[in-house]
Design a protein around this ligand. Structure first.
Ligand SMILES: [Zn+2]
Length: 135
């Protein structure tokens, strides 16, 4: 991949990471204020709901930050933009649409196809069992 393009992705990932970390920090500040304002049980319930929502959001953000860190690592070791399965270059248009992509389109499709075969296999297996039980 061209250095210019690579720098663009690097900047993009770093900006995304910063935004995520900032959002998370401000959410935490908000969080501590609402904790102090707890008055009765009703508030406690909404506080708990809010807390679990934040936890889920945090988990998702952490996962995305992890993906960003992995992408930044791939940029620095030179493997960014290459498919992790076949090592072919991933189409730049695909990366622009999904910068954290680690597989080329054909490997992605192949692994999705494999998954669907796996599900079919499980289904026919359980179907066979059912037939045996009926007989
Ligand atoms: Zn591939």
């Amino acid at each position: 991949m061209e250095t210019q393009k690579l720098t663009w992705f690097k900047n993009w990932f770093e900006a995304q990471r910063e935004t995520l970390v900032q959002t998370y920090t401000s959410a935490q500040n908000e969080f501590s204020i609402s904790k102090d304002e707890l008055a009765d049980e009703m508030d406690l319930t909404s506080y708990e709901l809010e807390q679990s929502m934040r936890m889920r959001l945090k988990a998702r953000e952490n996962l995305f930050i992890k993906k960003i860190d992995e992408a930044l690592l791939r940029i620095s070791d030179g493997s960014f933009g290459h498919c992790k399965d076949c090592d072919d270059e991933i189409d730049v248009r695909r990366l622009e649409a999904r910068p954290t992509a680690t597989q080329c389109v054909s490997c992605k499709e192949a692994s999705e196809h494999k998954e669907s075969i796996h599900i079919d296999g499980l289904m026919s297996k359980s179907l066979g069992k059912r037939i045996t039980l009926v007989a």
